[in-house]
Design a protein around this ligand. Structure first.
Ligand SMILES: [Zn+2]
Length: 117
C-alpha cells in the first residue's frame, strides 16, 4: 500500500497526498528545512517550514529530498547607497532616449562617451 501523507493547505484545510506529490528541501548553509506540494483541491503551491524530525519522517516515507544553498550573491559586500525608486525612474527616462548606451559607458555626471576615431 502506497504511503499517504496528510498535510494542510491554508485555503482547503487537511489534504491527502502521495509521496510523489511532495518535495522536501533542506538548505545546506543553515539546515533549514521545508516541504512543498501542490494542493490537490485548489492547485495552489503550498510551502511549509519543516523541523528536522519532519524532514526525517518525510524522507523515510520516500519523499524526494533536495539540498540547496543560499546564493553566493547574498554574501557579496554591497557598497554605496541603496537603489531607490528615483533611481529606477531616472533609469527608465534614460532608456527612453537614443543615447542611453553612451551614457551607461560613461557614467560621469554630465559626461559623454569617448568617441573612437
Ligand atoms: Zn488548497
Amino acid at each position: 500500500m502506497a504511503t499517504r501523507i496528510r498535510a494542510s493547505c491554508e485555503e482547503c484545510g487537511d489534504v491527502e497526498l502521495h509521496v510523489d506529490d511532495v518535495r522536501v528541501r533542506v538548505c545546506i548553509d543553515d539546515d533549514a528545512g521545508s516541504y512543498v506540494f501542490r494542493c490537490p483541491s485548489c492547485t495552489m503551491s503550498v510551502v511549509k517550514d519543516a523541523e528536522p524530525r519532519v524532514v526525517e519522517l518525510l524522507v523515510a516515507s520516500g519523499v524526494e529530498l533536495t539540498a540547496w544553498s543560499i546564493p553566493s550573491e547574498l554574501f557579496e559586500p554591497h557598497g554605496g547607497p541603496a537603489f531607490t525608486h528615483d533611481d529606477l525612474l531616472d533609469f527608465h527616462e534614460l532608456l527612453e532616449g537614443d543615447d542611453w548606451q553612451a551614457a551607461l559607458l560613461d557614467p560621469a555626471p554630465g559626461g559623454s562617451a569617448t568617441e573612437a576615431g
